[in-house]
Design a protein around this ligand. Structure first.
Ligand code: SME
Length: 160
């Protein structure tokens, strides 16, 4: 199946899930499972959320699918994860070996995308996807992962 069709299908399933999930947590779990199952190069998918009230701020591992990572708590000045949360910008790394910020989760990981999640205009966490393939995240993937982060942000807003 061409990538465009795969992305389209995944997007439709995520939209359905966003409407039917009983909670933000259920949606987050569903997003991880769906992305990992449907998108062939998405080998690890997980959410890191900012721990409320912690100073200095720290990202804490939440729902995820894939191998357990040693990085369950990430300060904002560390990793691709910290960089995405502190800048509020999507970060795509085609070759993790060439990025000095990278914190290794699995030796198999070659590329990564991290997309911040906003609630009422503020970063509350992020969606992190790792791939065993170099440069796995093209423009279409970026749009898909950003869409997932957006629906989770909206669900979190509704549940407040
Ligand atoms: N690679 C991330 C750490 C999270 S693990 O990949 C799951 C980073 O550099 O921040």
């Amino acid at each position: 199946m061409p990538t465009a069709n795969r992305v389209e299908e995944a997007r439709n399933e995520i939209a359905l899930l966003a409407n039917t999930a009983s909670s933000a947590r259920a949606l987050m779990e569903g997003v991880c499972r769906l992305l990992n199952e449907r998108m062939l190069k998405y080998n690890w998918a997980g959410f890191y959320m900012l721990e409320p009230g912690t100073e200095p701020p720290v990202l804490v591992l939440d729902a995820f699918v894939g191998a357990m990572t040693p990085h369950t708590r990430i300060p904002l000045n560390q990793g691709i994860c910290g960089a995405a949360a502190s800048s509020g910008k999507t970060i795509v790394v085609d070759d993790v070996r060439k990025d000095s910020r990278y914190l290794a989760c699995s030796l198999e990981t070659k590329s990564e995308i991290v997309v911040p999640i906003f609630v009422n205009g503020k970063v509350v966490g992020e969606l992190d996807i790792d791939s065993h393939f170099a440069a796995a995240f093209g423009a279409e993937d970026q749009v898909l992962v950003q869409y997932c982060a957006e629906v989770v942000g909206k669900k979190l807003e509704q549940s407040k």
